[in-house]
Design a protein around this ligand. Sequence first.
Ligand code: CUA
Length: 159
Amino acid sequence: MHIHKYEKIWLLFGIISLLAFTVTIGVSAFYMGNQPPSCLVTVDPTKLDTTAPFDQPGLKQVGEKDYELVIVASAFNYDVGPEKVIQVPVGSKINFIGTTKDVIHGFEVAGTNANMMLEPGYINTVETTFNKPGKYTIVCNEYCGLGHHLMFATVEVVE
Ligand code: CUA
């Protein structure tokens, strides 16, 4: 079979482009610890009040400078325990464990790499270490209704 020279060139160009796109998408999807929006751990969103650990949202110390923060998001609030301000010493690692009672909410700790989506029925986690003292605001970055901009909590990192 005879293939014309230009046809060969374009065929090769096509194959190379396809490979380049595939690699770009495959790499960028996971770049810097990004996760695809698919969570595997499920929970019944109507039974959060009686399901551990979401029946007791809040901060738990699990090691030296090692914490877990259980978050229940709802329109338009983050339940992070009795206090709206979470305090940890500088250098602490917090594993954020979250879910939502109602609609999809965002969860971003401004100024850090902690950023995830909270979807009803699913548990999502993200971990970050706070090496600089200061106040870090937790914000909802997923439009969830009229009170979207009222959703916040604070992580205060102290010396
Ligand atoms: Cu919750 Cu926007």
